[in-house]
Design a protein around this ligand. Sequence first.
Ligand code: BG6
Ligand code: MG
Length: 229
Amino acid sequence: MTKKMTTKVTIEAVIFDLDGVVVYTDEYHSRGWRRLCDDQGWRFPEEVSDQLRGVSRMESLQIILDSNGVSATGEEKEEMAHRKNEYYKTYLQEVDESALVPGAVDCIRELRRRGVLIGLGSASKNALTVLRGLGIEELFDQAVTGLDITRSKPDPQVFTLGGQRLGVSPERCAVFEDAVSGVEAANAAGMISVGFGPTQGLDQAGADLLVPDYAWLDIDAFLAGTLWS
Ligand code: BG6
Ligand code: MG
């Protein structure tokens, strides 16, 4: 049991990761990397794909290079990261409401109805394009994206900045994350960490609460703090 779980908390803000928590764009990121690996004749096993959750574009490429025992110049890395992003942006054109994680929008609306502030905390530089494409940008009071940060999860910067922009102290913020690095970042920010979805290792990463899907989540119990008491 973590120290956060032993004390009563009042949640005033919830910060959502985007890819894999609000929209299944995590699958499109994977497709983009897989295509790049196919181009290059490299392996892209499932466990490597999971390691890329929450990780910036250039760091993701480095993980792929390392897992294949390949080195590249700075210029080559820039080209490959750019190529993957072009693939990803092509896939984004297919994204419609069917790519929304079931229950995500309802959960956000219910939280808003109860006066909870909503933030976005995403490592993706494409995050606002995704929100706008789906017409859900207005559900978020503040959005911090890959364009705003200099340090990737598990560094807490994305969430710390989000809490500051929302005007809510860290211990009153909860973070929904599907990535091990994201749960670690939320904990490092001193926020309540909710490990969302089926990713392996969220528990071991120190998630305060594991939420398999939105249907499981009782929002009143969550806000009352009784889910982890
Ligand atoms: C995160 C994804 O949200 O954004 C990662 O989980 C992705 O898989 C990262 O690499 C950066 O995204 P982008 O769109 O800036 O390349
Ligand atoms: Mg994610």
